[in-house]
Write a protein that binds this ligand. Structure first.
Ligand SMILES: Nc1ncnc2c1ncn2[C@@H]1O[C@H](COP(=O)(O)OP(=O)(O)OP(=O)(O)O)[C@@H](O)[C@H]1O
Ligand SMILES: [Mg+2]
Length: 435
């Protein structure tokens, strides 16, 4: 607990506030009023953590970070920043900062950030420079890989955006795998599945008997994800009330299970994913701007596959059975040309379907379940569809089947059908499947 912390902050009031707060948590604190003073202090004795303002006279926070990266690369640094300077954060992280605190920093947010910084420090990171699970050499993918590693090196919460099937979950898992929290849990939670009245019990857990229906203890997502990553999928489905609660959870780092007397501290890193543009959601009022600022320490935008078609041949190879006969140039070309609204997931399904259809032989255009200029290809699956049905009826049955397979879970059903949730909703209405 008695970790020593160096605080570089030129504004006396803010520096004194941090000193009291940190000493109150049992840390030993040394104040410096600019970067030069901070460097001198570091030469004099070792510290466990640096907290630095960005705007300071003589030597600012950015320059201090550059020196730290050169001379004390293992020393974690957290930067202080104002809301409107959020763009600075990305630059600070690029320079090696592990996290940021928005001014005025609440005691809870300072505590949470420090706990995580010290935690990752004690757990040496995998320190890999590549992200082998991500296939693609396009410029866009190189940038995505770069951002994943930047996120992995740091401690900030991450927002991953991109259309359906572009790899948001894959990227989120990669951040965990390559980060200092890799040995900790990765807990995935789909926001669309949150029952509307059970936020507290879902996130904080509960004690048995604390309310009707609570027939056993529940750990709750935050405690499950302690010292690891909590992945919040389909953030766009979280209503505004929950967003406010979530914001508090992210800031606090403290959990009191429903019915429990004492609160527990948790160190959790959040990675959220959404298939919508954050800016659009903020403008239409469906995403709280303050939540967005908390979550997007780093934002990773995944391109549609149509914007990186040069990666398609590599992806085909990646999804094909290892050691198989491969695809004909014509088949590869056909896949490079077609519309792929379901992005990488759709390509994967097409490749695997074609492989199943071709067996051990080389895959040709005729094995692809797509419409091509050379005539409609056969479906990859030859079993199944009864004769004499209208296309509408086939679609209706496919939807019912998918819903049944997913026990009514629409998000999962939409995934199987390779359409987005709003399309599924529309079709359910159209077919009168749901009122
Ligand atoms: N760059 C990539 N390299 C290799 N596989 C990829 C890549 N991107 C996506 N995939 C694969 O594509 C499939 C879909 O990816 P993922 O589930 O991460 O998408 P998503 O963005 O979360 O989709 P959704 O919005 O529908 O939830 C997965 O099988 C994933 O492994
Ligand atoms: Mg997903």
């Amino acid at each position: 607990m008695s970790d020593s912390i160096l605080v570089a902050e030129d504004e006396p009031g803010s520096a004194e506030y941090l000193r009291l707060l940190l000493e109150g948590r049992g840390h030993s604190v040394r104040l410096a009023s600019n970067g030069v003073e901070a460097l001198l202090a570091l030469e004099a004795r070792p510290f466990d953590l640096v907290i630095t303002d960005l705007r300071m006279p003589s030597m600012d926070g950015f320059e201090l970070l550059s020196h730290l990266a050169q001379r004390w690369p293992d020393l974690p640094a957290i930067v202080l920043t104002a809301n409107e300077e959020i763009e600075d954060v990305v630059e600070a992280i690029r320079l090696g900062a592990v996290n940021y605190l928005l001014k005025p920093a609440t005691p809870a947010s300072v505590g949470a950030a420090i706990d995580r910084a010290l935690l990752t420090r004690k757990r040496p990171s995998v320190a890999s420079r590549t992200v082998p699970e991500l296939v693609g050499t396009s410029r866009a993918m190189v940038e995505v890989r770069h951002r994943i590693l930047m996120a992995a090196r740091s401690d900030v919460h991450v927002l991953v955006t991109g259309a359906t099937g572009t790899g948001k979950e894959l990227v989120s898992r990669a951040i965990h795998t390559h980060s200092g929290l890799a040995k900790g849990p990765f807990v995935a939670h789909n926001c669309a599945l949150s029952p509307s009245d059970l936020f507290e019990s879902e996130f904080f857990g509960h004690r048995r008997g604390s309310f009707t229906g609570a027939d056993r203890d529940r750990r709750g997502l935050l405690r499950e994800a302690h010292e690891g990553v909590l992945f919040l999928d389909e953030l766009e489905t979280l209503d505004l009330g929950f967003q406010a609660k979530l914001l508090r959870v992210i800031d606090d780092g403290e959990v009191r299970p429903v019915g429990a007397e004492k609160a527990e501290r948790v160190a959790v890193r959040f990675v959220a994913a959404t298939n919508r543009e954050a800016r659009v959601m903020i403008d239409e009022g469906s995403l709280r701007e303050d939540l967005y600022y908390r979550l997007r320490g780093i934002e990773i935008k995944l391109p549609a596959l149509a914007d990186r078609r040069e990666d398609i041949p590599l992806l085909i190879h990646h999804f094909d059975k290892p050691g198989s006969a491969g695809f004909t140039p014509e088949a590869i070309e056909a896949l490079c040309r077609i519309d792929l609204p379901g992005n990488v997931r759709q390509l994967r399904n097409l490749v695997q379907g074609a492989r199943a259809a071709a067996g051990d032989a080389i895959v040709g255009v005729r094995h692809l379940a797509i419409e091509t200029g050379q005539g409609a290809a056969r479906g990859a699956a030859s079993d199944g569809v009864p004769r004499g049905l209208t296309l509408r009826e086939i679609e209706r049955r496919a939807i019912l089947q998918a819903l049944e397979d997913c026990k009514g879970n629409r998000s999962q059903a939409a995934k199987i059908l390779d359409i987005d949730r709003s399309t599924l909703r529309r079709k359910l209405q159209e077919y009168g499947i749901e009122g």
